[in-house]
Design a protein around this ligand. Structure first.
Ligand SMILES: *[C@@H]1O[C@H](CO)[C@@H](O)[C@H](O)[C@H]1NC(C)=O
Ligand SMILES: *[C@@H]1O[C@H](CO)[C@@H](O)[C@H](O)[C@H]1NC(C)=O
Ligand SMILES: *[C@@H]1O[C@H](CO)[C@@H](O)[C@H](O)[C@H]1NC(C)=O
Ligand SMILES: *[C@@H]1O[C@H](CO)[C@@H](O)[C@H](O)[C@H]1NC(C)=O
Length: 344
């Protein structure tokens, strides 16, 4: 069955009724994960879109390119890569050799991104305070990138996720999580000026960030917290208390994405080898595993997820570190990869 034949109504209905999680119909057959790179056959969703060659590789974060490809940061080496998900190929765009590791990435303009760099011991996840900086990465039509320093942020302890906050005629402002200080920095990507806009115990360990409907959503992985805070959309300061959505010590919340309608959060659970869905419309915020599991080798060490719209389809891409932080069953690791799954 080809990608296009998904238009076949009968097939599509059958698939929709096959699995329904929190009202999220997830294309099915979880056991059929394909290892063919670039495989676009929805019958085999989830699929592996690309995998690196070596154990020890680690994909930290994903942004969307204007052409529907992905751009990713690596944490094992200070490299930004583009991933052609249709062909299952990838190439290095740029290497930010002033730092050892790359973490957050967010799109700020047409094929232009802000990338967070710094030094991190990837075995113990210990950051080198003072080593963090923000870079502007521009990628051309051939996938060749250039990296320019926006700002070194020497007072930061552990910069992690970054989210595009505000675009004006003159600049793009981003918010950056500092897990060490439990703080958010606002950075002007044009002139490099930055300041802390929120610092709060409720943000201790903050790492991944998303903005939606006036709220900043965040995970604090070490504390196993997923929360949100309403922001002043001019200043980036908090205009209400930090709300805890999830503080379930059995779930490890890492990178996440919000459904465009705001009803569901999809989240990588890092050392728990799964993707969960959280129903944001239900005040009890019920969770369910939609892919993988603690003993599953399907997506070992998932670090984050990212939506891509492709024609009528929504695809959720999943990044991994191959399970190197907590090998599945104590022994299984594999090279980092990008997996994808169709969502309806
Ligand atoms: C919101 O989007 C999700 C994911 O695409 C979908 O499954 C869900 O049904 C939608 N919820 C509402 C209330 O429209
Ligand atoms: C990145 O570039 C530096 C300087 O050119 C080089 O020494 C280093 O080997 C490169 N790193 C990787 C991982 O390619
Ligand atoms: C995972 O494997 C361990 C060890 O075999 C077992 O004790 C545990 O019940 C398994 N967990 C699940 C959710 O299958
Ligand atoms: C990665 O490590 C695992 C576990 O040690 C090993 O079985 C596998 O062959 C390795 N894969 C590669 C590509 O080196």
């Amino acid at each position: 069955m080809t990608y296009l034949s998904l238009r076949n109504e009968e097939y599509s209905q059958k698939m929709k009724s096959a699995i329904s999680v929190l009202g999220v119909g997830v294309l099915p057959l979880l056991s059929l994960a394909s290892n063919t790179p670039g495989f676009r056959d929805a019958e085999a969703s989830p699929f592996t879109a690309f995998q690196f060659e070596d154990n020890g590789s680690w994909i930290a974060n994903i942004a969307n390119r204007p052409n529907n490809d992905l751009v990713i940061t690596r944490t094992d080496v200070p490299e930004v890569w583009t991933i052609n998900v249709d062909e299952g190929t990838a190439q290095v765009a740029t290497n930010i050799s002033d730092a050892n590791n790359l973490i957050g990435i967010s799109s700020i303009d047409d094929d232009e991104y802000v990338v967070i760099a710094g030094n991190l011991d990837t075995t113990t996840l210990t950051p080198e305070a003072g080593s963090f900086s923000a870079w502007k990465v521009s990628i051309d039509g051939d996938g060749v990138g250039t990296a320019n320093l926006i700002a070194a942020i020497p007072d930061a302890q552990f910069l992690h996720g970054v989210v595009t906050f505000q675009k004006t005629r003159d600049t793009v402002n981003v918010l950056i999580a500092d897990a060490g200080q439990g703080a958010l920095y606002k950075l002007d990507t044009a002139n490099g000026e930055y300041s802390i806009v929120i610092q709060d115990d409720g943000l201790a360990g903050v790492n991944n960030l998303r903005m939606q409907n006036g709220y900043l959503y965040f995970t604090a992985t070490q504390n196993k917290v997923f929360g949100r805070v309403p922001l002043d959309l001019e200043e980036g300061t908090a205009v209400g208390p930090i709300e805890t959505i999830l503080n379930d010590q059995t779930i490890v919340p890492d990178g996440f994405a919000l459904a465009p309608n705001g009803s569901v959060a999809f989240m990588a659970t890092f050392v728990q080898n799964s993707i969960i869905a959280i129903d944001l419309d239900d005040e009890n915020y019920p969770t369910s595993i939609i892919y993988g599991g603690i003993n599953s080798t399907d997506i070992a060490g998932p670090t984050t997820v990212q939506f891509v719209h492709n024609g009528p389809w929504e695809i959720l891409y999943i990044a991994t570190n191959g399970g190197q932080t907590a090998p599945v069953g104590g022994s299984f690791i594999e090279p980092a990869k990008i997996a994808g799954m169709y969502l309806f």
